[in-house]
Ligand binder design. Sequence first.
Ligand code: GUN
Length: 282
Amino acid sequence: MIISGKELSARLKAEMAEQVAGFPAKYGRVPHLVVILVGDDPASVSYVTGKAKASEVVGIRNTTVRKPDTISEEELLALIRELNADDTVDGILVQLPLPKHISEAKVIETIAKEKDVDGFHPLNVAALWQKQPCTVACTPKGIIKLLKEAGVTISGKRAVVIGRSNIVGLPVAKLLLDENATVTIAHSRTVNLPELTRQAEILVVAIGKPRFVTADMVSEGTVVIDVGVNRDPETGKLCGDVDFAAVEPKASVITPVPGGVGPMTICCLMENTIECFLRRQH
Ligand code: GUN
């Protein structure tokens, strides 16, 4: 079974649009998301455009602020502080990666925790690991929604996550653990990775290498979630971290690239923006 994140996210966005349509009468306005894009990296431009389009579908006000990659760290931090203080702004997202002269850590911790729609702020991360109410990072949140939508039982399963990033690997491992999976996190120094991944009943791949996971690394019946967004070195087309054509026949459930995890990330960003908005109303 191929699970379409595109379809699920379209359905969830339609539900959110209905919810948001009731906000002006109830709260006097709609949620407002500000996205900051530094520089003109084509992938980042495309992601930011996707976020603006989804906002339009859901009825969320979106402001995209574009800055040249020559912006100083202090200028960017000042902009964030201004948005923190602006009562008409509910969510702030700074598109990553940032130019080398700007500290991502400083940027993330400057965003007010209450407006951190990415769930990257250290206080949100700490809250996640302590099972406290928090904003959960969009991609991991979307992955759990996809698994549940596909009817996958997570509890008691052996889950292997390839990749240990703050954005995907670590938080998705924690969410799978919270769903009572037995979780192993694999990475570039893992010894005999194929042996480990063959034991996985749920395999989440977020390593950023085109077609890294091959058929011999996957057992019959495995649930495969591909987080990769790569350019095929030969064709230039989008491809995942999983060799889809080879792995799909063995997998019980698999996500395509594009149209799998990606749309769910944006969908969860919309959800997080609404959550931040609602928390600020109460
Ligand atoms: N760059 C790649 N993924 C993400 C994400 O989820 N949020 C932000 N802010 N930047 C990203």
